[in-house]
Design a protein around this ligand. Structure first.
Ligand code: 13P
Length: 248
């Protein structure tokens, strides 16, 4: 059985005090214990949010990391730094990082391996552009992203990885992929992983959908066989909405 996982990606939103207010808002509600809950907060808020999450079962994520433990990489944050704070997950290869910060499949792969080495669970983002979808290339693009991301990653480590299928055209646009399309692509990713590893790995890997997920669309998405969770941007910034997403 795959445990559902709902993650809020706050992106570049919330100062420390705003982060704490949002966590307070989330914590003051009853959250489904059978759903894994994750908040991916800005680097500056990680430490304080970690303390605020003590005594809850909400997990903490970073939104990016460097693959090296330390060194002359001005402005970067290392897995050791994240680990010391007690960061459970790290989003890796988000399309906004690919689009605006030159993130490429090779660096995504290095970051995944480094995160795994340090006991941080990667949430690996893949997804096609509108142009790629309109020309019918979504499977080719996503398969290549998945295979390059997982190059050299052992089968045993896949249980610690979450894949997030986030079609770029659906992010922040209000256009959600239809639940059937999202289910199809999550199934396609699962098959890709099954072909690379084996049947057990295929059945156990958790795959999220992301892209304009809202309280009004979550139930339908989560009813689909291949969709194990959601990676949510905008709606995760409102405590009440995040609570509704978790309690779908
Ligand atoms: P939105 O939910 O705002 O479309 O963002 C999705 C996303 O990019 C989550 O990582």
């Amino acid at each position: 059985m795959r445990i559902p996982i709902i993650a809020g990606n706050w992106k570049m939103n919330n100062t420390i005090s705003e982060s704490l207010a949002l966590v307070d808002g989330i914590k003051s509600n009853k959250l489904d214990e059978e759903v894994e809950k994750v908040v991916a907060v800005p680097f500056t808020s990680l430490s304080e949010v970690k303390k605020a999450l003590e005594g809850t079962d909400i997990k903490l994520a970073a939104q990016n990391m460097h693959w090296e433990d330390s060194g002359a990489y001005t402005g970067e944050v290392s897995p050791l730094m994240l680990k010391e704070i007690g960061t459970d997950y790290c989003i890796i290869g988000h399309s906004e990082r690919r689009q605006y910060f030159n993130e490429i499949d090779e660096s995504v792969n290095k970051k995944i391996k480094s995160a795994l080495k340090h006991g941080i669970k990667p949430i690996v983002c893949v997804g096609e552009t509108l142009e790629e979808r309109e020309s019918g290339k979504e499977e080719i693009v996503v398969k290549e992203q998945v295979l390059k991301a997982l190059e050299g990653v052992d089968k045993e480590d896949i249980k610690n990885i979450v894949i997030a299928y986030e079609p770029i055209w659906a992010i922040g646009t209000g256009k959600t992929a239809s639940s059937d399309d999202a289910n199809h692509m999550c199934g396609f990713i699962r098959k890709t992983i099954g072909d690379k590893y084996d049947e057990n790995t295929k059945e156990s890997v958790r795959i999220q959908y992301g892209g304009s997920v809202k309280p009004s669309t979550i139930k339908e998405l989560m009813s689909k066989e291949e969709i194990d969770g959601a990676l949510v941007g905008g709606a995760s910034l409102v405590a009440g909405d995040f609570v509704k997403l978790v309690n779908y």
